[in-house]
Design a binder for this molecule. Sequence first.
Ligand code: PMP
Length: 455
Amino acid sequence: MRETNPNSWEARADAHSFYGFTDLPTIADRGATIVTSGHGPYITDVHGRDYLDANSGLWNMVLGFDNKELAEAAKAQYDTLPGYHAFFGRMSDQAVMLSEKLIEVSPFSDGKVFYTNSGSEANDTLVKMLWFLWGAEGQPQRRKIITRKNAYHGVTAVSASMTGKPYNSVFGLPMDGFLHLTCPHYWREGKDGESEAEFTARMGQELEDMIAREGADTIAAFVAEPVMGAGGVIPPSEGYFQTIQPILQKHGIPLISDEVICGFGRTGSDWGCQSYGFMPDAIISSKVLTAGLFPMGAVILGPELSDRLTRASEAIEEFPHGFTASGHPVGCAIALKAIEMVMSDEIKGNIARLIPQFEAGMARLAEKKNIGEWRGRGLMGALEAVQDKATKTPFPGNLSVSERIANACTDQGLICRPLGQSIVLAPPFILTDEQLAEMFDKLEAALDKVFAEVA
Ligand code: PMP
């Protein structure tokens, strides 16, 4: 039960902090968790309680909450050039170096990078780039963006329109011209008796039908996360991207990989598109890009889009777009260090070592009678709670099962995220074996407690 003292941190948070993406009944009941510091994968609250953060903050703090090397990179840059922009032909040396580095570590042979302050803005920027490009190339009607239901691409008006979540209807979104295909989640969306291969073929046919209905010459791009993250950690059905990509290529529609979560190791490869064996035309990046230490996003254009956009910009003398803090030198310096660390043998080795243990832990918990499936890839996974395993029937929404599980975890010092009827885990890349065991032990205790209450 929560603190009632009006001077408590919890009451002060309520008084003047407007909560976003927060379950208000939970806050009314329990109060916000106010975080003051962190060490390794743990955060510490105002009461001195430690929590193992099994979501790496919001998928981003993969190198922990007190990483000294990253902090030193930031400090050194603050001492040298603490801020600058990337307008009017000026930019910092750090931005130049980061762009070189991003192209070097990307799957692309060549390309260019544009910086934003967030993943949402990177998706907005991408859409504006494509609208600009198609207009300059004499096809101004090519404005529609295809994404999938359950996809998460951000919260700005454009990226929220790309997001395939029903909650955006409260804003009157999506805007016109944002189209959503079926979520390629075979376990939930597959029909009775339909094989996974048949399901994937149906997803391809649905795309073909949409393109035929809308007209290929009205479509600007198809944007997809390799594994849907905030939709509930949903890997695509087998062969999905191999089915989708040739259809897009046939119609000249660019395929964009939103790697805000999947990029930099989360799926067990450097990039999620590599885990699923496809080559996108551009990549959207953020989060692990700065290991969560600086707000930054990037549009990484592959060679073809980058050449076309450069030509289109030259034709009207400029690309009229940019944010005050695009390519901020401190963000770039942190990103250069974060990329060096995340791509080091040490961190890649730890991810590779953790993945089999992570999968084994998830598979063990999925044996419980109220877990319908576990799904995931690399170091991201979800356990979906069900009332009836055989029929995959969810618990009634008013039981708030996943919120209760997450709250029971918090009570034991573990942060994990309820998403729909699922519990999502995306631990930091620096986890030790003991911390991984702690995560699963605490989650199991929470599952057992809540299932005993509701089953
Ligand atoms: N794309 C994806 C795949 C994301 O997961 C997110 C954030 N969770 C975004 C875009 C938006 O990023 P931001 O919150 O930095 O705007």
